[in-house]
Ligand binder design. Structure first.
Ligand code: NAP
Length: 288
């Protein structure tokens, strides 16, 4: 049994905390108060009563910290680390994008596990979450990644290691960067059936491929077509999180999903004008 602290009691944090609490000692580090967790999962409703903290000063060291805030809330999440991180504690950063390690420069790189999660979940009320599918977690195939994956052995979350995490993270980014067309048009996945929009998606992904390759990812040219096909095969009314956040006038993860391609592209001398332009339009359209 490991001592695990989960920072963030949202869709992902609440779901993972509820699953892990079935076999581990879990502390939930929340910004907004809640009393307990109830998650509707594909295998039925699970309940958990983890230790709940809302004051970072009350945190004490654990074996694992799981950061599940949105990418733009890392500064607030980092405040918890002072109390939670002991000399052996490892930090798993479960967030979108390709910069999981870079968001926590105060933690040694070899104690951070970057995590890709594919687990559709929504919070319906404080501590109340709907998990729509079983879900997968992907981590690097080193000792930390293996130890992290082992935490999920008794859950329906399939946690696996990959020898090429960089490629896996950039592939996910290719899908995510193209999702900006939905946010800007306020149209669900069906927007990919429009041939002109599909061509914009391919352009966004081609920039992602070029920058990802410069960062060490192995990405085939056909990924641009694949992303369009995958989006067309998704439920036509499915709404990605950038679209959902933009429509609700919440802050979005546009920096982690699109502007990161511009920023890292500049480092390598690779222009990403389409990602830059689409992000600019989204921000001008009301993104905070
Ligand atoms: N949800 C999905 O289906 C899904 C799927 C794949 C990947 N992801 C990625 O997973 C990450 C988390 O997404 P999410 O959907 O779980 O977001 P979310 O539902 O908005 O949850 C984020 C949580 O972080 C909390 N938080 C923010 N600052 C905090 C702080 N300083 N201390 C403690 N808690 C803090 C928020 O608190 P409040 O309760 O006060 O808002 C919220 O509960 C994102 O990078 C997202 O892109 C999500």
């Amino acid at each position: 049994m490991a001592r695990i602290a989960v920072i963030g009691a949202g869709a992902i944090g609440g779901t993972l905390a509820a699953w892990l609490a079935q076999t581990h000692e879990v502390t939930l580090c929340a910004r907004s108060p809640l009393t307990d967790l109830e998650v509707e999962t594909p295998s039925g409703t699970i309940r958990a009563t983890p230790i709940i903290l809302t004051d970072p000063a009350a945190a004490t060291p654990v074996d694992w910290v799981l950061c599940t805030t949105k990418t733009y809330d890392c500064a607030g999440a980092a405040v918890w680390l002072t109390g939670l991180m002991g000399p052996e504690t490892r930090l798993a950063v479960i967030q979108n994008g390709v910069e999981q390690r870079e968001r926590f420069p105060m933690v040694p790189r070899d104690r951070i596990v970057p995590v890709i999660i594919d687990l559709p979940a929504e919070r319906t009320a404080p501590g109340r979450i709907v998990q729509r599918r079983d879900g997968t977690i992907t981590v690097p195939d080193d000792a930390n990644g293996e130890a992290f994956a082992a935490l999920f052995a008794e859950t329906i979350v399939a946690a696996a290691t990959t020898p090429d995490f960089v490629t896996a993270a950039w592939k996910k980014l290719a899908i995510n960067c193209s999702g900006i067309v939905s946010a800007i048009t306020l149209r669900a996945a069906e927007v990919a059936n429009d041939p002109e929009v599909a061509e914009v998606m391919r352009g966004l992904v081609r920039e992602c491929i070029a920058v990802g390759r410069a960062e060490g990812a192995t990405l085939p040219d056909k990924l641009a077509d694949q992303v369009v096909e995958w989006t067309r095969r998704a439920h036509p009314q499915s709404v990605n999180s950038l679209h959902a956040d933009f429509a609700a006038k919440r802050q979005t993860e546009v920096d982690a999903r699109n502007l990161v391609i511009v920023r890292l592209g500049e480092k390598h001398g690779i222009p990403a004008p389409l990602n830059r332009a689409m992000a600019a339009l989204l921000i001008a359209g009301g993104e905070r």
